[in-house]
Ligand binder design. Structure first.
Ligand SMILES: Cc1cc2nc3c(=O)[nH]c(=O)nc-3n(C[C@H](O)[C@H](O)[C@H](O)COP(=O)(O)OP(=O)(O)OC[C@H]3O[C@@H](n4cnc5c(N)ncnc54)[C@H](O)[C@@H]3O)c2cc1C
Length: 211
């Protein structure tokens, strides 16, 4: 991004933080170009909910970026995500307050987690490696520009990571890192499958194989 032609005083007045941040990594927007890369700004999709944040699974509510409320289209409706998170969070809280008795009853039958037969993960490096591998697959093949070939490749790699992770999960004690990796894997899989189903270019990503 070239800001060199702009009135520098005005630029500084409008974007003091951006100017400072650039300076901290050795870029002076007054005389240098600012490198630009695509980055994730909002996640479209998520758990389908009604206007009170209720999902199709009993007692599971979702709001904010995890949910799909229907307020946005294929692209985020500008600047509405924070409002959406607040309004739906509020609706969910009211819904739960009004149904406390029913909720308490359904949670009383959940058995304690049984960790018998598992050991502390000896191979933490595997969890770390798989997370990094998953991030690389998603950044390289499931980014703004996608194609049938890239998505098929991504699915193949995700499958390997999935089986690897499930093997660790069967034997290792639960840890936040392991749970997050499993969740990331599930979400990555859903994103790829949904992308493969999309046969038109609309919304947040572009496929080289669609119109
Ligand atoms: C650069 C940028 C600019 C944006 N600008 C705007 C804007 O101008 N207007 C607007 O409306 N929206 C904007 N958005 C979108 C908006 O910020 C998000 O949609 C909104 O913050 C989502 O809220 P959330 O509560 O669903 O998720 P988050 O704000 O992401 O909150 C999720 C929380 O869960 C925590 N968490 C994650 N994993 C775990 C775990 N395993 N255990 C416990 N906690 C965990 C995280 O630390 C985090 O605190 C912007 C987003 C970005 C990235």
């Amino acid at each position: 991004m070239d800001c060199r032609h702009l009135d520098f005083e005005k630029f500084l007045e409008h974007f003091p933080n951006i100017y400072e941040k650039c300076l901290s990594v050795g870029i002076d927007a007054k005389k240098d170009l600012i490198p630009v890369v695509p980055a994730c700004h909002y996640f479209c999709g998520g758990i389908d909910v009604d206007k009170n944040g209720k999902s199709s699974i009993k007692n599971l509510y979702a709001c904010g970026e995890a949910s799909r409320t229907g307020l946005h289209g294929a692209n985020r409706l500008a600047s509405n995500s924070l409002l959406e998170a607040l309004v739906y969070g509020h609706n969910i809280a009211n819904e739960i307050i009004n149904n406390q008795d029913e909720l308490a009853e359904s949670f009383s039958n959940i058995p304690e987690w049984d960790a018998d037969g598992t050991t502390a993960p000896k191979e933490l490096i595997m969890i770390k490696h798989n997370r990094k591998a998953l991030q690389t697959v998603m950044s390289d093949f499931v980014s703004i520009v996608r194609s049938d070939e890239r998505l098929a490749k991504a699915l193949k790699r995700l499958d390997e990571i999935y089986h690897d992770t499930e093997n660790i999960y069967k034997k290792a004690k639960l840890s936040p890192q392991l749970c997050e990796l499993r969740n990331l894997n599930a979400i990555a899989y859903l994103i790829v499958k949904q992308s493969q189903k999309r046969k038109e270019n609309r919304g947040a990503f572009y496929s080289l194989d669609c119109y």
